[in-house]
Design a protein around this ligand. Sequence first.
Ligand SMILES: NC(=O)C1=CN([C@@H]2O[C@H](COP(=O)(O)OP(=O)(O)OC[C@H]3O[C@@H](n4cnc5c(N)ncnc54)[C@H](O)[C@@H]3O)[C@@H](O)[C@H]2O)C=CC1
Ligand SMILES: O=C(O)C(=O)COP(=O)(O)O
Length: 529
Amino acid sequence: MAPISIKTVLISESVDRRCRAILEENGIRVTEKQNMKKDELIAELKDYDGLVVRSATKVTADVINAANNLKIIGRAGTGVDNVDVDAATRKGVIVMNTPSGNTISAAELTCTLLMSLSRNVPQAAMSMKQGKWDRKKFMGTELYGKVLGIVGLGRIGKEVASRMQSFGMKTIGYDPVTPPEVSASWGVEQMTLEQLWPQCDYITVHTPLMPSTVGLLNDETFAKCKKGVKVVNCARGGIIDEAALLRALESGQCGGAGLDVFVEEPPRDRSLVEHPHVISCPHLGASTEEAQARCGEDIALQIVNMVKGKNLAGAVNAQVLASTFSKESHQLIKLGEAIGVVLQSCTSSKKPFSQVQVTTQGDCMKSSTGFMTSAVLVGLLNHDSGCCPNLVNVLSLATESGIVVNQGHCGSNGAPDGVCRVEIVANGSSFKASGSLQGEVPVLLELSDSVFRQPVSLTGNLLFFKASASPQLLSSVAGVLATEGVEIESFSAPTDHTGDLWYCVGVSSLLQDLSALRPLVKEAAQVTM
Ligand SMILES: NC(=O)C1=CN([C@@H]2O[C@H](COP(=O)(O)OP(=O)(O)OC[C@H]3O[C@@H](n4cnc5c(N)ncnc54)[C@H](O)[C@@H]3O)[C@@H](O)[C@H]2O)C=CC1
Ligand SMILES: O=C(O)C(=O)COP(=O)(O)O
């Protein structure tokens, strides 16, 4: 892929100074501006190519849609729920995070809250500060021998498990993705949530916030738990339903909660924070010097490596891009886009497209099918008014336009290796094109039923026309072009000579108006590559 140019970055939160330093060392201008209201952020962001945030900046659809230069949103941390990733994808903006930089810190805070819940440390410390010496009130329980349920066995869940095992806790858990044998290898027995709830003395949640995890612990599931169960949420506010938690605390069904995160941050409703059995922190899971240094450094390096065309790490919405960071793939993307452009120009009177099928052929294209499909779509949709397709957003743009996209790969079976075949359906008719690389140059091998004798080099100005073969065809076309002051630089004719077929000439400049060709040809289109 052509390197993405990022010249200016806005950092809208307190991100470790290494982030700014690394970006600036690599020629990127950085502005740091914190605590902006939404309108200020919208006004400020229009001048930037990149935005770096933590969890407090709400990068909503209206912020993204107003930021016409924005190419990347970097999250110096894990959760991207404060970023409207779908809106960013539609706008062609890459969203990337640094998912492992703060794992240990979040796991350590979780363990701290579990331990504090078992021994009432924060409440005891407060009472000491008030001059008291209350040994009876803060009687605790051991963690040893107790059961800890871990919901979400990803990076943080795993680290919490191994730490709490060293206290002699039995760790059980649930995760729809992590295989049971994997979690068993780090001492967590997996089971269904129905089986898990009644067994736990403590429950800690470590999932992302998404529709399936909102309210995982609610009135119904609290009722299935042991009376007095203690819960910790160091993941995202709302995974434990806040109203249900308050009710469970008041009824004694829940014996205590450690909360680092809230649905609204800071929470205006203080009922949970002020509850005597709740200990809470102002979203401190990642607030350690080490985690911030890692996340700040990681996000800056990831952006710099992407800008330099080295690799794409941490992208959450642009997986197709990750495999495009090689010289070979740059040329293949050019090929895909060029085939798309040719097809869109030669069928422009027949739009809209309803289907696009992209097939890569031969072993050397095996891992290219995904990005070739996106590249072809970029070429096909490039001229649609109001949409700026790129490899990040083009699949969603195509789906939104009702285009059915299919992709596949086939062996070459004796046919040439390294060919990209495209078939589109527009207004019920099918059109095909295929191309490949000759050296580094993208060439067109076929267009509809015309197989070119001399592959068309997809560079410069190209004039395509459909006509029936005749000995005078080229000289007549050349005559019209000469009248318009346009020189022919190359000519590709089809191998076949029957019926109406496509021809292509490389020209010194595009014609002002194609109508001069109309008496000679059935259809004509011109493109600049
Ligand atoms: N409090 C803080 O400052 C911090 C909070 N976090 C939050 O912690 C959470 C976990 O982070 P990581 O462990 O790094 O993420 P991860 O992606 O490594 O792990 C999340 C796990 O949750 C699982 N999961 C998804 N849906 C589930 C469901 N319905 N039930 C059970 N498991 C489900 C996934 O399969 C995955 O294994 C995230 O929400 C992240 O934003 C992360 C760092 C700091
Ligand atoms: O990384 C995460 O998911 C976090 O919640 C940390 O958030 P923060 O960077 O401290 O605002």
